[in-house]
Design a protein around this ligand. Structure first.
Ligand SMILES: C[S@@+](CC[C@H](N)C(=O)[O-])C[C@H]1O[C@@H](n2cnc3c(N)ncnc32)[C@H](O)[C@@H]1O
Length: 263
């Protein structure tokens, strides 16, 4: 399964009309999803880091730390952090690859990249980081470029996830590792219920109070529900040509880290 199919988009596809996809719970033409996602991140960029800490109660730092620990990134490595936003993973990778390595912080959204670059420069990061505005579906890098590619909380927003998985795989060197950190499906029904209540009430409210934007945080909650679950995403990674694919559930499956290797 590539994109989750709703009855509405199945009907439209079978009539040969403009392909549709989901934007949260709404069906939108595929050609419009990227600009709607862009509006979300242009709107939240300035408050993104504060909101991340508040919404996850700081736990996103642990999810990211685990990702870094499993990355196997070493001095001299070339790393791509696509959908890297404000650069949390990029900073850690920059420390790991050292002066002989390189990290590319890439994101489709100019506002997020601007906030990310400003934040990294303020913290003294320079020298081994490059900033590139790029779409995960069409990466502007040659084949076999990177020892590791990460996408954290980004794949959910991509229109054609299969195409992005193929392109990230293409950009990896043989033996290189793809790491996908993303919201996923809670494994416990009780946790799932409490999490639903939190997501659909507290998140939009916090978004309104802190970022003056409840709609973007409503989209966040909806997009998480529309994202492929753990096993579906693992299958998509295998279809993209990765091997040794596995996932690690964190916080009861609210988030999962998927890893796969380019053969
Ligand atoms: C929730 S933020 C995650 C940022 C960062 N990786 C983190 O974990 O804090 C999602 C990011 O994905 C970016 N994004 C959305 N669609 C994208 C695409 N097709 N290609 C590249 N980046 C994309 C957004 O601009 C945004 O910066």
């Amino acid at each position: 399964m590539s994109e989750q199919q709703t009855p509405a988009n199945q009907a439209q596809n079978s009539q040969g009309q403009d392909d549709v996809t989901h934007f949260g719970f709404r069906d939108v033409p595929k050609s419009q999803k990227a600009s709607q996602v862009a509006d979300v991140f242009h709107s939240v960029a300035g408050k993104y880091d504060l909101m991340n800490d508040l919404m996850s109660m700081g736990i996103h730092r642990l999810w990211k730390r685990f990702t870094i620990e499993l990355s196997g990134v070493r001095p001299g490595h070339q790393v791509l952090d696509i959908a890297g936003g404000t650069g949390d993973l990029t900073m850690k990778f920059s420390d790991l690859v050292g002066p002989s390595g390189k990290v590319v912080l890439a994101d489709i959204n100019a506002s997020m990249l601007k906030v990310g670059r400003g934040r990294l420069v303020d913290r003294g990061y320079a020298g081994n980081i490059e900033y590139v505005q790029a779409d995960a579906e069409h990466l502007p890098f040659p084949d076999n470029s990177f020892n590791a590619v990460s996408i954290a909380f980004g794949l959910r927003n991509v229109t054609d996830k299969d195409q992005a998985l193929r392109d990230m795989t293409r950009a990896l060197k043989p033996g290189g590792k793809l790491m996908i950190l993303e919201f996923s499906k809670p494994t416990n029904p009780l946790l799932s219920k409490a999490y639903d209540t939190y997501s659909f009430t507290a998140l939009p409210l916090m978004g309104q109070l802190i970022a003056g934007d409840s709609e973007s945080y409503k989209y966040l909650a909806e997009s998480i529900r529309m994202h492929p679950d753990q096993d579906t995403l693992k299958g998509m990674m295998e279809n993209a040509g990765l091997v040794g694919c596995k996932y690690y559930n964190m916080t009861g499956g609210i988030v999962a880290l998927h890893v796969g290797i380019k053969p």
